[in-house]
Design a protein around this ligand. Structure first.
Ligand code: 5RP
Length: 220
């Protein structure tokens, strides 16, 4: 079974978490894309979706799924999105696709967060995947220095990439994230940081993992 087969399977499994007659949140990335394609089958069962990126909005609309602006909606029943890494506590690293800020906003609003991933994403200690941080462009050098001093690791500006919000991404390499909540908070307190890709203070509620033997459900 390929990694894409596992992503496909887990995306199909997420359909059962979709709450009918509500607005749902939809994430960004290749696993989320499999989910969007699966969701097309039940598009008449939901009111529509809030998208975590321009790319996701386009894909949803391509399937005829209504996309709402977050400010138009009173609530989101469930948010379904992928991740770059998860630990057993369902703390996540997200933002490999650069959509971390909008993803974090949609996750914050949603009643439930279902994370979908292939089994390679579950790790004991996060940090092998470089941690993305969205920064205001004029602050990128300052933020880089602050990260080196206060957090550690090696921050590098993501080349040729601008977020949907017009900002830069710093990817921090060489971290061992043993206290994700504290690191998330510390990074967010650096002036010039919009947000970072640690989803620990609001992690996932359920992790659906695609494995060669089917879908494993992980909860805390
Ligand atoms: C995008 C994300 C994605 O969820 C994450 O990068 C996982 O992507 P994929 O499903 O392609 O492996 O956070 O910003």
């Amino acid at each position: 079974m390929t990694q894409d087969d596992m992503k496909f399977t887990v995306a199909q499994a997420a359909l059962k978490y979709v709450v009918k007659d509500t607005i749902i949140g939809v994430g960004t990335g290749s696993t989320a894309n499999f989910f969007i394609d699966a969701l097309a089958k039940m598009k008449d069962d939901i009111k529509g979706a809030v998208a975590s990126s321009k790319a996701t909005a386009q894909r949803l609309e391509g399937h005829g799924i209504k996309v709402f602006d977050l400010n138009e909606v009173a609530s989101i029943s469930v948010y379904i999105d992928g991740a770059d890494e998860s630990d057993e506590g369902l703390n996540l690293i997200k933002g490999g696709g650069g959509a971390l800020t909008r993803e974090k906003i949609v996750a914050a609003v949603s009643d439930q967060f279902i994370c979908i991933a292939d089994e390679s994403k579950l790790v004991t200690v996060m940090g092998d995947f470089p941690l993305p941080v969205e920064v205001i462009p004029m602050a990128s050098n300052y933020v880089k220095h602050q990260i080196k001093q206060k957090i550690g690791g090696t921050p590098k500006v993501r080349k040729n990439f601008i977020t949907d919000n017009g900002n830069l991404i710093l990817d921090i390499q060489n971290l061992k994230i043993t206290n994700p909540k504290a690191m998330e908070t510390a990074l967010n307190s650096i002036t010039g940081v919009v947000t970072n890709g640690l989803f620990a203070n609001r992690g996932a509620d359920v992790l659906l993992l695609g494995t060669p033997n089917g879908v494993k459900v992980v909860t805390t």
